[in-house]
Write a protein that binds this ligand. Structure first.
Ligand code: SPV
Ligand code: MG
Length: 431
C-alpha cells in the first residue's frame, strides 16, 4: 500500500477538501496534516477552532487514515519525517505567493523519491459561500476582540500596521509577502490618532473627537477581520473613558492604549519641543482602574502608555509608572521613545522584565527604526506597531502627482507611476 500525504489549513470542510481526499485515497493510505496555529496565521487565516478540534474534524472524514500536525508552513520537515509516496494538493498554488510552498514540496520530494500530484481546484458556489462565511465569522466582534490576546500567546511578536480608512485597512488585511520561502503578513491594525487626524487635515491634539474616531474604526471593520488596537490618546476624562471602553468593547476593538499625559495633548514625536504635561501616577492609575471596572468581557485590553522617556523624566520614573499601572489593572505597557538609538527602550524592557515576566510590552519604533522585530522580541516585546508609515508613504506620492498634473496641464505624464484602477479594485471584496 502506497502512502499519501495532504495538508489542510481550514476550519470548515468543503467539496474541495473532499475531492482532494477522494483523489488521494485512489493512490493509497491517506495521512492528513493539520497545519499548526503558528503557521496557519502567516499562511491562510486565523483559526476559529483550536488545533485539537481541527484534528478531530479531519479524523472524522471518510477516507482519512491518520492525522498528524504539520508545524511549519513549508513541507521540508514533514516530508522528510513521513516520506510519503505522494503529496496531493489542489492546483491553485502555481501562481502567487503560495508558489514558494509548492516549491518546498517539490524540493522535499526530490530528496525522498516521492511525487507531487495536483488535482483540479474546486471553486463552486458552495466553496465560495463557505469561504465568505468563514471571513464573516472572523469579522464578528466576539471573534475579533479576543484575537489580539490569542495572537500574543501564539506569535513571538505581534506585527501591527496603521490603518485609517477602509482602503488602508484592506492593505493591512491583505498584504502578503514571501520571505525566505515562507509567507508573511501583518497580525493587527493600529488606529493612530496622528494618522486619523492627518487624514482629516487636522492636528493630532485630541481635536478629532471620539464619534469620528469610531466612524473610522467602523469603516475599517466593515472590510477587514484582523484585530484593532485603538490609539486612545489620553483617554480623556475618566467619566468619558468608561463609556468609550464599553463602546469599543461592544464594537469588537481588541485594545485601547491610553497615554499618561494631561491637558492639551501634543504628538509624542515633538517631545520636549512643545509644552506637554504628564499625568500623576495616582490620577492615571484611577483612570486605568475605572476603565477596567467598566469593561464587561475578559477579552478587551487596556494598555497604559508611558511618556516618561519622551518627556525626559528618566528610566526610574518610567519603571515606577509601569509597575504602578500594571498594579492598577493595565493589561499591557507601551513604552515610547523618540531617540534614534533603541538603547533606552531596550533598557526599559530588560529592567521591566526582571520584575514582570508576563505583562505584554508594546513599542512603536518610528524613530528607533533600525531595530528588527526579532531583536525586540528577544528583549521581551510582544507587540510592535508601525504607526504612521502608510500615511507617510502615500502623502508624498499624492503630492508629487498633484504637482506633475499642474505643471503639465494634463495627466499623461504621471500615468505610468499610477496603479490602474482595475488593480486597485481587486483588493475590494464583492459580496
Ligand atoms: C500615533 O500614531 O498617533 C501615536 C504614536 O500616538 S506617535 O505618533 O509616535 O506618538
Ligand atoms: Mg497618537
Amino acid at each position: 500500500m502506497k502512502s499519501v500525504y495532504t495538508c489542510f489549513c481550514t476550519d470548515i470542510i468543503h467539496d474541495g477538501h473532499l475531492n482532494i481526499i477522494n483523489e488521494a485515497r485512489k493512490l493509497g493510505s491517506v495521512t492528513v496534516g493539520a497545519l499548526s496555529d503558528e503557521a496557519l496565521i502567516r499562511y491562510n487565516r486565523f483559526p476559529t477552532v483550536p488545533l485539537e478540534k481541527r484534528i478531530k474534524i479531519y479524523e472524522s472524514l471518510e477516507g482519512v487514515d491518520k492525522v498528524v500536525v504539520q508545524q511549519d508552513m513549508l513541507y521540508d520537515q514533514i516530508v522528510e519525517d513521513l516520506k510519503p509516496d505522494y503529496v496531493v494538493h489542489g492546483d491553485n498554488w502555481k501562481e502567487g505567493p503560495e508558489r514558494s510552498i509548492r516549491e518546498s514540496v517539490i524540493r522535499a520530494l526530490e530528496k525522498t523519491g516521492g511525487e507531487l500530484v495536483e488535482v483540479s481546484y474546486t471553486y463552486n458556489d458552495n466553496v465560495k459561500k463557505i469561504d465568505m462565511t468563514l471571513k464573516e465569522k472572523l469579522a464578528m466582534p466576539e471573534y475579533r476582540r479576543k484575537r489580539l490576546r490569542q495572537l500574543i500567546d501564539i506569535c513571538p511578536i505581534v506585527k501591527t500596521i496603521e490603518a485609517h480608512s477602509g482602503l488602508t485597512g484592506l492593505i493591512a488585511e491583505k498584504t502578503i509577502v514571501e520571505n525566505n520561502g515562507k509567507l508573511d503578513q501583518f497580525d493587527a491594525m493600529w488606529v493612530s490618532s496622528l494618522c486619523d487626524s492627518t487624514a482629516k487635515g487636522k492636528p493630532d491634539i485630541e481635536l478629532v473627537e471620539m464619534t469620528s474616531r469610531l466612524r473610522t474604526i467602523d469603516d475599517i471593520m466593515e472590510v477587514t477581520t484582523k484585530p484593532i488596537i485603538l490609539d486612545g490618546d489620553t483617554g480623556g476624562l475618566t467619566e468619558h473613558f468608561v463609556y468609550n471602553v464599553r463602546t469599543l468593547e461592544r464594537m469588537g476593538v481588541s485594545a485601547v492604549i491610553i497615554e499618561d499625559k494631561t491637558g492639551l495633548k501634543k504628538n509624542s514625536l515633538f517631545g520636549t519641543e512643545v509644552v506637554q504635561t504628564q499625568d500623576t501616577i495616582e490620577n492615571f492609575c484611577e483612570k486605568i482602574s475605572a476603565g477596567k471596572n467598566a469593561q464587561l468581557t475578559s477579552d478587551f485590553m487596556i494598555i497604559a502608555r508611558i511618556e516618561s522617556l519622551i518627556l525626559e523624566q528618566g528610566m526610574e520614573d518610567a519603571l515606577e509608572r509601569a509597575h504602578a499601572y500594571v498594579k492598577a489593572g493595565a493589561d499591557g505597557i507601551m513604552i515610547h521613545s523618540r531617540k534614534k538609538n533603541p538603547a533606552e527602550i531596550l533598557e526599559f524592557c530588560d529592567k521591566f522584565r526582571e520584575e514582570d515576566s508576563k505583562t505584554p510590552i508594546v513599542v512603536v519604533p518610528t524613530s528607533f527604526n533600525s531595530i528588527t522585530e526579532e531583536e525586540l522580541a528577544k528583549h521581551g516585546v510582544n507587540i510592535v506597531i508601525y504607526a504612521n508609515q502608510l500615511t507617510r508613504s502615500a502623502f508624498p506620492a499624492m503630492q508629487s502627482t498633484a504637482e506633475e498634473i499642474l505643471k503639465n496641464h494634463r495627466a499623461m505624464e504621471v500615468d505610468d507611476k499610477l496603479m490602474p484602477f482595475k488593480e486597485i479594485i481587486t483588493l475590494i471584496d464583492e459580496i
